[in-house]
Design a protein around this ligand. Structure first.
Ligand SMILES: Cc1cc2nc3c(=O)[nH]c(=O)nc-3n(C[C@H](O)[C@H](O)[C@H](O)COP(=O)(O)OP(=O)(O)OC[C@H]3O[C@@H](n4cnc5c(N)ncnc54)[C@H](O)[C@@H]3O)c2cc1C
Ligand SMILES: NC(=O)c1ccc[n+]([C@@H]2O[C@H](COP(=O)([O-])OP(=O)(O)OC[C@H]3O[C@@H](n4cnc5c(N)ncnc54)[C@H](O)[C@@H]3O)[C@@H](O)[C@H]2O)c1
Ligand code: SF4
Ligand code: FES
Length: 810
């Protein structure tokens, strides 16, 4: 039967979770197209707070990478905003002219941050906190400016403020109410929260109403209605959200605050559904993921034609994600009419608890300082059971400060239907089953199996506790984390087992070492492929299918599905003839953009997949590996050849290093630089291996990074000759190849093992020579990828565009 066409607008958390679920229930029923305004694959928006606060990297928050779409035959149009819908001919159209027809259309467009319409709100430096872009602006701004003002003392505002503090900014939170988190807390809990956050370094301006944002082009100052003002270089507005409904409204769907849906998430037009923050169900538009995922479950079942009861609405709970502060709030936390409440306040230990009851039922709770009873109280609240006679036990019985009941005992006593992970609706029973019956022996494998702790991460301690309870005790040993959810073995154990048993392929490793999932996952497959290649450089056949899209197509995939072409330009030195050739190729293939990169080479952007082979053929230059976990660039300054300060020939040194190490595959990308004197114009001290010329020699620096987490290099040693530079660089790179975890940059690796360890390992000349020999062997087995593709028709076939309907995310 022909597949039905399903189009989804919005590539965010609620929508893609629905598609994941649908693919499990009915993998072949739909041909799926997703439009997403953001130029990213589906990511965990919740974790943006952790990225800002230093607890996660951007790459950690990707839920489904580019490969996931491809594996499931989903056409993703990222960077495309749907601007029009023809509900008669059932077609959507994007701002970039892409069109798609549908049988089923899903709106999953989320919310827009509410931006106060203040004079000056359009100035540079005034942003919201909603997406990766906002997060990047904050990271960037913190490097240049000092004073941040966050408007709004709710969940989002406080998480933004905590992140900005972590980034070294002075942070003031401007709040309109007279106490913080007034939509989640009562006054007592809010007071304790404020005290704790002040200790962390935040400043609060309560009962303040902003009147104007001042400054020339960029914000300089905030002015309040009481006549006072505050200096600010950055303003983050976090004053709530509003469902993103403009497109639905103009397409004729019934809209109130959100897109009006029934219990099966169907809008007022048959065949068009809506879920997530953009939807309004029984008068409520939710702003937390747990209810949105419940909606997704119902919609996936409906679309898969699996019987389901409709969505009946959700009771919600929240936790503030600020380290060092535990805050939980659920239901009606104030004192609604006809309710009674119980409170416990311990100012010595900083603990506050309040439960609210009505008609003998628990209807709300606020916990500060000790939130360990949050999920239990929330379960009771959702069940609607009578708590008559148990009220005090509920407030004090589980875990008041100083309770003698151990955390483990409390976990053991929880009923199995107790929800442990609120975001993903995972119960204690489900986690127990994953551990006892599905071989999960770590929090990571439970996450992979059940999704528990996959969203805000707030429940991770409970999940870890349960894993310990069921697996740790049984095994009698502490549960440890493996390289991914498929195994409990870490990198060193895997490499040791591969070597000891002579395992030769990723499949063999997974089978012999008892992988939980026989096919592995997007994390372990490329790791194993790298370790095997590193251990057996001469005999191992690289498994292309275990590599990410960029490495499979030898080009960086761009947000619109096109690729980039970056030829190698040794040490950043080129010639008129080479430039002419690049220019001619760019013209012949209508390359939309030609850009000079930070690594001193030329990036041809916007290239169609099918043009890649012919362009490389005509360029006839080595690949720059700009897409790979490999040696990228060797940046050089002018050096003694032309610069009057130069003490050594940095260009010659850089070109020599690049020729020596080109094609080298490494655990993560590797960048080098050579500066001709300590003025360091090539920025060698933020590279993986940086060489700085001094009088009569060279300083060798290692472990630097100029990315999100900037890290300056550490000095490895000082040498006299160019040959010694090559000797040490070879030994260092090979030692890194042999010791680091896959995807671990040198900066992280050195941070983990310590520079002294590396110095000790490389101190003997014989060891350095042996490492250098092994590195040479590894490079000698590598062919230039484009030369190989051009000479093998089978490989070249991968670049033929088969049909117009082919997913663009190669
Ligand atoms: C920093 C931060 C921290 C948070 N922390 C928590 C937390 O701890 N717990 C919690 O429960 N919730 C939290 N939330 C809220 C949670 O992230 C949201 O409730 C959730 O992401 C909403 O999912 P959604 O799919 O409805 O919308 P989104 O995830 O916003 O996805 C909607 C997507 O649709 C795209 N889109 C919109 N219009 C179009 C169009 N016309 N064409 C194409 N694409 C379009 C948008 O660009 C967006 O990518 C947090 C939110 C933020 C910003
Ligand atoms: N940990 C979490 O669960 C978490 C974290 C971040 C965001 N979120 C979600 O993201 C969404 C947005 O969060 P939010 O904090 O912006 O919304 P919110 O509505 O919870 O809080 C906004 C706060 O801003 C205050 N405010 C309103 N107007 C103001 C003004 N003019 N000046 C100063 N303060 C003003 C309000 O009193 C309120 O406390 C919500 O749905 C929230 O649930 C959740
Ligand atoms: S690092 Fe020194 S030698 Fe190189 S360009 Fe700068 S000043 Fe000149
Ligand atoms: S409670 Fe948020 S991930 Fe489990």
């Amino acid at each position: 039967m022909a597949k039905q066409k399903l189009v989804m607008i919005g590539n965010g958390m609620a929508g893609v979770r629905t598609i994941e679920h649908l693919l499990k229930l009915a993998p072949d029923k739909y041909e799926i197209t997703i439009f997403g305004s953001e130029p990213h694959p589906n990511y965990n928006r919740i974790m943006l707070s952790s990225v800002l606060a230093g607890g996660a990297d951007m790459q950690d928050i990707i839920i489904n990478g580019w490969d996931w779409y491809q594996e499931h035959g989903i056409q993703l149009l990222s960077g495309h905003t749907v601007t029009g819908i023809d509900t008669v001919n059932r077609q959507v159209i994007s701002d970039r002219g892409a069109a798609a027809t549908y049988d089923i259309l899903i709106f999953a467009t989320g919310s827009n941050p509410f931006m106060l319409p203040l004079p000056g709100a359009d100035k540079e430096g005034v942003i919201a906190f909603r997406d990766i872009r906002d997060c990047e602006i904050m990271l960037q701004t913190s490097k240049q400016y000092k004073k941040a003002a966050v408007i709004g003392g709710g969940l989002l505002g406080l998480e933004a403020a905590r992140g900005l503090l972590h980034l070294g900014m002075e942070v003031s939170v401007i709040h309109i109410g007279d106490y913080l988190m007034d939509r989640q807390l009562d006054r007592a809990a809010a007071g304790m929260l404020q005290e704790e956050l002040e200790k962390q370094g935040m400043t609060f301006l309560l009962k303040k109403n902003t009147e104007a944002i001042l400054g020339r082009k960029r914000v300089k100052e905030l002015r309040f209605t009481d006549g006072t003002s505050l200096d600010a270089d950055l303003v983050v507005m976090a004053v709530g959200i509003k469902p993103n409904v403009a497109l639905a409204q103009s397409s004729g769907l019934a809209v109130n605050r959100g897109i009006v849906v029934d219990d099966y998430m169907q809008s007022s037009i048959p065949g068009i559904y809506a879920l997530g923050e953009c939807a309004e169900h029984r008068g409520i538009a939710y702003g937390l993921v747990a209810p949105l995922y419940e909606q997704g479950d119902v919609l996936a079942k409906r679309l898969a034609e699996v019987e389901t009861i409709g969505y009946a609405g959700s009771v919600t709970s929240t936790k503030l994600k600020v380290s060092g502060v535990d805050v939980f709030s659920a239901g009606h936390f104030g004192d609604p009419e006809g309710s009674r409440s119980l409170r416990y306040q311990d100012e010595l230990d900083g603990i506050y608890k309040k439960i609210v009851m009505k008609d003998n039922k628990l209807i709300g709770a606020v916990l500060f300082g000790d939130t360990s009873d949050g999920s239990r109280l929330f379960s009771i609240m959702k069940s609607g059971e009578s708590i008559q006679g148990r009220e005090k036990e509920l407030l004090l019985g589980f875990a008041p400060g100083g309770s003698t009941v151990s955390a483990e005992q409390r976990l053991a006593e929880l009923p199995e239907e107790e929800i442990i992970c609120g975001c993903n609706g995972v119960s204690k029973g489900t986690i127990k089953d994953a551990v006892l019956n599905q071989g999960c022996t770590s929090a990571a494998s439970v996450k992979a199996c059940t999704k528990a702790s996959a969203s805000c991460g707030g429940c991770k301690p409970l999940v870890e506790g349960l894993v310990k309870l069921y697996a740790g005790d049984e095994a009698g040993t502490p549960v440890k984390e493996g390289i991914c959810g498929c195994t409990t073995l870490n990198r060193d154990e895997i490499v040791a087992e591969i070597t000891k048993m002579g395992l030769k392929s990723t499949k063999e490793v997974m089978n012999v070492l008892g992988w939980d999932h026989p096919e592995g996952c997007a994390k372990c497959r490329p790791s194993l492929n790298y370790y095997l290649g590193m251990l057996y450089p001469e005999s191992y056949k690289d498994e292309k299918e275990s590599r990410f899209t960029n490495e499979r197509y030898h080009g960086n995939i761009q947000k619109d599905g096109t690729y980039s072409v970056v030829p190698r330009i040794y040490g950043g030195v080129t010639s008129p003839a080479e430039l002419k050739k690049i220019a001619e190729v760019a013209e012949r293939f209508d390359v939309p953009m030609v850009k000079i990169t930070g690594g001193q080479r030329i990036d041809l952007l916007g290239v169609k997949k099918e043009d890649l082979p012919r362009m490389w053929e005509e360029l006839d230059m080595p690949s720059g590996y700009a897409y790979g976990k490999a040696l990228r660039t060797v940046k050089t300054c002018v050096g003694s050849t032309f610069c009057r300060f130069g003490t050594q020939d940095s260009i010659g040194m850089g070109v020599r290093l690049e020729k020596e190490f080109e094609r080298l595959s490494t655990p993560a990308k590797v960048k080098l630089a050579v500066s001709g004197c300590p003025r360091n114009c090539a920025e060698a001290t933020i590279k993986d291996f940086g060489v700085v010329a001094i009088d009569g020699g060279w300083e060798l620096h290692v472990g630097g990074n100029g990315g999100v987490h900037v890290r300056a290099t550490e000095l490895l040693c000082v040498v006299k000759t160019e040959d010694e530079v090559v000797e040490w660089a070879s030994a260092f790179l090979q030692y890194y190849r042999e010791q680091a975890e896959w995807n671990e940059r040198t900066s992280i690796w050195i941070g983990r093992v310590g520079l002294d360890h590396v110095k000790e390992a490389l101190k003997d000349k014989e060891v350095r020579t042996a490492l250098g020999e092994r590195l040479k062997t590894a490079i000698s087995t590598q062919k230039d990828p484009w030369k190989e593709i051009l000479s093998e028709p089978e490989l070249r076939k991968n670049f033929i565009r088969l049909t117009e309907a082919e997913p663009i995310q190669g």
